[in-house]
Design a protein around this ligand. Structure first.
Ligand SMILES: NC(=O)c1ccc[n+]([C@@H]2O[C@H](COP(=O)([O-])OP(=O)(O)OC[C@H]3O[C@@H](n4cnc5c(N)ncnc54)[C@H](OP(=O)(O)O)[C@@H]3O)[C@@H](O)[C@H]2O)c1
Length: 277
């Protein structure tokens, strides 16, 4: 029987690459996005491809995308919570609205989607929930405190949830990408820094330069699509899947090095030879 995957945030980047990866390998794909009308090229004239509107901050759109996918394909085998973006900058510069939006998308949005699909997986007596976290869900870098807070939340939620749903034959998988060349670093990014807080300016300028380079040298999103492909078909109960070269190296270092040493490595990576190190 043809398997079905539903992906959130499939308009660009990792979500789009994942949708294409599964489609090319014979799966039914429900590629969901906030504004399908802005991505007419995303649509394939094929019954195995369904584009539908899903904004993770809008519960009605989640329910109707789920309904649309179920009426077309009858079942969903894999649901990928991928939609998300990064807010970076100095914590004290972030507005209430920026903080709310970051959590509403990366955490509450993911929870809304998870609550929507679980009853279906429960009735079906099977299903795989894949949450796209980040290597930044288990380690941290300067200026990303709020983004990290959301991804650490995703990790904690997923790790606890797997105990709860494993007896129902529902798998939970966490994908942890390193730097990937997508819109994450420009179009999708949000930033907060008040230049009036002059004490931070040098640190902010240096870190922003480092992150721009990291984004430019990131790996292509297909690297993550391939890991999602593996996680979706893996019959094991493995929970975490680092994705990409940097994620594998840094997460290994993080688990081996004592905190103080690990933090020195991060400072030298982000601040280079400057006095901030
Ligand atoms: N790129 C990296 O280096 C990296 C590393 C680790 C983790 N990640 C994670 O990977 C995931 C995908 O990011 P990406 O790198 O592929 O970046 P991207 O190209 O910017 O894709 C982000 C996707 O999320 C969608 N999105 C944002 N807010 C949404 C909402 N409220 N409802 C539905 N969709 C929404 C965007 O839709 P629009 O087109 O409508 O904006 C877009 O499709 C994110 O969760 C990100 O945190 C990325």
């Amino acid at each position: 029987m043809t398997k079905t995957i539903l992906i959130t945030g499939a308009s660009t980047g990792i979500g789009q690459a994942t949708a294409e990866w599964f489609f090319e390998r014979g799966w039914n794909v429900a590629a969901t996005m906030r504004s399908p009308e802005s991505h007419p090229a995303a649509d394939r004239s094929d019954s195995r491809w369904l584009t539908c509107r899903l904004d993770v901050t809008d519960p009605k759109s989640i329910a109707s995308a789920l309904q649309e996918a179920l009426s077309r394909y009858g079942r969903i085998d894999v649901w990928v919570n991928n939609a998300g973006y990064g807010l970076s900058g100095t914590l004290e510069s972030a507005t209430e609205q920026q903080i709310q939006r970051q959590f509403d998308t990366n955490v509450f949005g993911l929870i809304r989607c998870t609550q929507a699909i679980l009853p279906h997986f429960r009735n079906q007596k099977s299903g795989t929930l894949i949450n796209v976290s980040s290597m930044g869900g288990r380690l941290t870098f300067p200026l990303y405190s709020l983004y990290h807070a959301t991804k650490w939340a995703v990790e904690g939620l997923s790790e606890s949830l797997q105990f709860e749903v494993r007896p129902l034959n529902i798998r939970v998988k966490i994908i942890e990408p390193g730097p990937i060349r997508t819109d994450f670093y420009d179009r999708s990014a949000d930033f907060c820094h008040n230049r009036g807080f002059t004490e931070y300016n040098e640190l902010v300028d240096q870190a922003v330069r480092t992150y721009q380079k990291a984004g430019e040298h990131g790996q292509p999103p297909e690297v993550v699509a391939r890991v999602i492909w593996k996680a979706a078909r893996d019959r094991s109960w493995k929970l975490r899947y680092p994705a990409g070269r940097d994620a594998r190296i840094l997460l290994t270092l993080r688990s081996l090095l004592p905190n103080r040493l690990y933090q020195a490595v991060v400072r030298s990576q982000v601040f280079g030879r400057t006095r901030l190190r």
